[in-house]
Design a binder for this molecule. Structure first.
Ligand SMILES: NC(=O)c1ccc[n+]([C@@H]2O[C@H](COP(=O)([O-])OP(=O)(O)OC[C@H]3O[C@@H](n4cnc5c(N)ncnc54)[C@H](OP(=O)(O)O)[C@@H]3O)[C@@H](O)[C@H]2O)c1
Length: 161
């Protein structure tokens, strides 16, 4: 099973602020993430599930929580450990990890590819993407700010070297 991590971060690797994304909504990034999750099952932390910015896949989604009676919407299932998540998905070729900070830190040692949206700015916040030493930038697509996007951003692909 290949683990693909999908995340957006600012120039300081910031990914979240008080449970929300730190930057204004970027429709192209949203569409980019939707393309990456299409047809693939996902893993997310309970805090990322429980946010208005929640991203999910029609193929199925795991929510990680230590809470034994945590209830989730249709299309989501709860697990209580990373081992349990990987076991549920053991027959999948590729699985997408959707965050947040805690889940990225727990899965990056096993990740093959990082699909990162680099937001070209610095914001206030409290959740950060982990170091990703050992990955090489293999593709980058730059987008300037425009009428619908308040800040420039780049879609990057990082692969384990
Ligand atoms: N920019 C992006 O691409 C992006 C993507 C996703 C999220 N975010 C942001 O990231 C922030 C949330 O990140 P976060 O680190 O605070 O939370 P998180 O990683 O989304 O969720 C953490 C929660 O997941 C559960 N969990 C984690 N590891 C577990 C394990 N091994 N076993 C069982 N449960 C486990 C725990 O839930 P319980 O507390 O219920 O036990 C824990 O509190 C938000 O600001 C969000 O907007 C940004």
């Amino acid at each position: 099973m290949r683990i693909l991590i999908v995340a957006a971060m600012d120039e300081n690797r910031l990914i979240g602020n008080d449970g929300r994304l730190p930057w204004p909504f970027l429709p192209n990034d949203h569409a980019h993430v939707q393309r990456l999750v299409k047809g693939r099952k996902t893993i997310m932390g309970r805090k990322s599930y429980d946010t208005p910015d929640r991203i999910w896949s029609d193929a199925g989604n795991i929510v990680m929580t230590s809470q034994l009676n945590y209830r989730v919407d249709p299309g989501f299932e709860v697990v209580h450990s990373m081992e349990e998540a990987f076991d549920r998905y053991k027959d999948e070729d590729e699985v997408v990890v959707l965050g947040g900070a805690q889940i990225y830190a727990e899965t990056i040692p096993r990740a093959s590819v990082l699909y990162l949206t680099l937001i070209h700015g610095t914001y206030e916040g409290d959740a950060y993407f982990p170091d990703f030493l050992g990955f090489e930038l293999t593709a980058q697509e730059d987008h300037p700010a425009d009428d619908r996007h308040a800040v420039a951003y780049s879609f990057q692909t990082w692969e384990r070297g």
